[in-house]
Structure formats: C-alpha cells, structure tokens
Design a protein. Structure first.
Length: 170
C-alpha cells in the first residue's frame, strides 16, 4: 500500500479547498496490495481451520513458521512478525471458507505466545496480528476488536506464536 493512503480514511479528502471523493479499497483489495496470498490450501486438514456458524466465522489456532521462545531465543520484533504470519494464515482460512475477506468485522483475537518465565510483552507481540487486521479493516471501524494476549510455557512443535480469531459476517 502506498504510505500516504493509510492516512486517508474518510470518504472525502480536502486539499486547498477542493473536495475529492473516492471509493475505499475493500479488505480483499488491500490484502492483495500487501502481497498476502489467499490461494486455497487444497486438501482438508485433520481439523477445520475455519468454521461458519450463523453469521460468525470462528478459526482454529493458526501457528507461525517462526519457532522459539520469546524473551529467550526471540525478540519482540521476531514475535511481532510471527503473529503477523499467523494473521495472514487466518485470512487464508477465512477466505477459503467464506470466499472473500470483504463484508467482515473482526470481533475477537486470542494470541498465545511461547514465553520465557520473565517475558511480559505478549501484548506487543500480538500487535503483529492486530495491526494487520487494522490495516485491512480499519482501526476505527470493522478492524477494532477485542483481544487477549497470553504467555504459554510451550506451544505445539515449538512455534513462537499461535492466534485464533472470530469474525462477524455483516
């Protein structure tokens, strides 16, 4: 995304007394511009990555490719990248189930961080997932979500981060 577009959040832009109007990019268009691959996973997995019930999409936990312990092997920046990876995987699963990223509201994230006993910056790590959803859906709008960020003594296969999400279909 071109950096100046992030700051143009309203439908109207005032410049030297001239009002320009444009249509906002959809979440799916923004994801494409960010280079997020939404191609299908193909074969179903052992568990459902994303399930629809009523007007909700509920995801399973999605894990990072980055492995290690935050506060021991990995920095907060490493964890932030791992959480963003998880969010991209979540978007792929949501797209596979719903067919689009458009027309959704992010309701809740649960972020789990493989943490050293004295590591207390889980919230900064999970910002990697939250920030991506804010980029796609708006921090003031449909991307403004509830969230929990917690530390764990271990995560499956030693991954650094696992994130799950709930979306509302509007």
């Amino acid at each position: 995304m071109r950096p100046y577009l992030r700051y143009l959040e309203s439908e109207h832009f005032h410049f030297l007394g001239i009002v320009a109007t444009w249509s906002a990019m959809s979440a799916e268009q923004k994801a494409a511009e960010l280079g997020i691959d939404l191609s299908s996973r193909g074969e179903p997995a052992y568990l459902n990555f994303c399930i629809r019930t009523g007007n909700l999409l509920i995801t399973s936990g999605h894990v990072s490719k980055i492995k290690g312990v935050l506060g021991k092997d990995l920095t907060v920046d490493d964890g932030y990248k791992a959480a963003r990876e998880c969010a991209e995987e979540i978007l792929r699963s949501v797209h596979d189930t719903h067919g689009t990223l458009d027309g959704l509201r992010v309701i809740k994230l649960l972020g789990m961080v493989y943490s050293a006993p004295d590591f207390t910056d889980q919230h900064l790590v999970i910002n990697g997932a939250s920030d991506l959803f804010h980029e796609l859906y708006g921090k003031e709008g449909d991307g403004y979500h509830a969230r929990s960020a917690v530390g764990f003594a271990a995560l499956p296969t030693g991954v650094a981060v696992e994130v799950e999400a709930i979306f509302e279909i509007k």
